[in-house]
Design a binder for this molecule. Structure first.
Ligand SMILES: Nc1ncnc2c1ncn2[C@@H]1O[C@H](COP(=O)(O)OP(=O)(O)OP(=O)(O)O)[C@@H](O)[C@H]1O
Length: 232
């Protein structure tokens, strides 16, 4: 499945999205545009709906009403198989918890999305090793996630998200467990992905220092979004 999106056309669009968890309304009319080639920071108070919006954009949660479109396709109208093909092929994820497979080594974890996309073992591991090296965790290749620190695991997770060169990278507090140097390294790799492959990077952060690397900010408050106009 390919969706061709011209420059200046949003790659992803949330339109008037509402979503409740039982009695709790997390999103109440959230609208947002995400463009190819940009790093977009989602900011806002705790509990305002940032992670929920990110999960909706990624097709992990389905809005109660409103729509999420990837190009001109409504995610809710896709079959489960189409949505998971999209998630596996076009999307990369860096989430805070439970992202690495504990039974696999760090190298195998990073190679996994390539293997799922059909790459041979040797080629997948060669490319995975390149990304571990870029994240400066090449020495952890043979270790399992349980044997590395939280910050090291987070960098392995970033390598795994970037290895397939996805069209959209979703990241929830991707620098949360990192010191400032490693946080900077991760942000520079996100910016490189946006500039080199035209990826859109959507990241949730509380840190102004991290948001300063973004091209644009959107503030989520009480389940609604105020987004900065794109500069083009
Ligand atoms: N699985 C869930 N079940 C019930 N309520 C939830 C669930 N996930 C989120 N919520 C509620 O929805 C609202 C929005 O949560 P969300 O995690 O999107 O906020 P956030 O802006 O990402 O917060 P934080 O910055 O603290 O991570 C909150 O009131 C939260 O308690």
């Amino acid at each position: 499945m390919t969706t061709t999106v011209g420059r200046g056309t949003p790659l992803l669009t949330a339109d008037d999205v509402h979503l409740s968890f039982g009695e709790t309304t997390a999103l109440r009319g959230a609208s947002l545009h995400v463009y190819a080639g940009e790093v977009l920071a989602l900011m806002g108070p705790s509990g305002s709906g940032k992670s929920t919006l990110l999960h909706c954009l990624a097709g992990i949660l389905t809005p109660g009403s409103g729509s999420i479109r990837y190009g001109d396709r409504d995610l809710a109208r896709m079959s489960d198989t189409e949505r998971s093909t999209l998630r596996r092929g076009a999307f990369g994820f860096v989430f805070q918890f439970g992202q690495l497979v504990p039974e696999l080594t760090c190298l195998e974890n990073v190679a996994l999305p390539l293997r799922l996309a059909g790459a041979g073992r040797r080629e997948a591991q060669r490319r995975a090793a390149t990304w571990l090296d870029r994240l400066e965790v090449a020495d952890l290749a043979g270790k399992r996630p349980g044997q590395v620190s939280g910050g090291q695991g987070q960098r392995v997770a970033v390598a795994r998200a970037l290895v397939t060169e996805p069209a959209v990278i979703f990241a929830d507090e991707p620098t949360g467990a990192l010191d400032s140097l490693n946080g900077e390294l991760v942000m520079k790799l996100f910016i490189a992905a946006a500039r080199d492959t035209g990826a859109a990077v959507v990241l949730v952060t509380h840190e102004p220092r991290v948001a300063a690397y973004s091209d644009r900010e959107a503030v989520v408050r009480d389940g609604r979004v105020r987004e900065q106009e794109p500069a083009r």
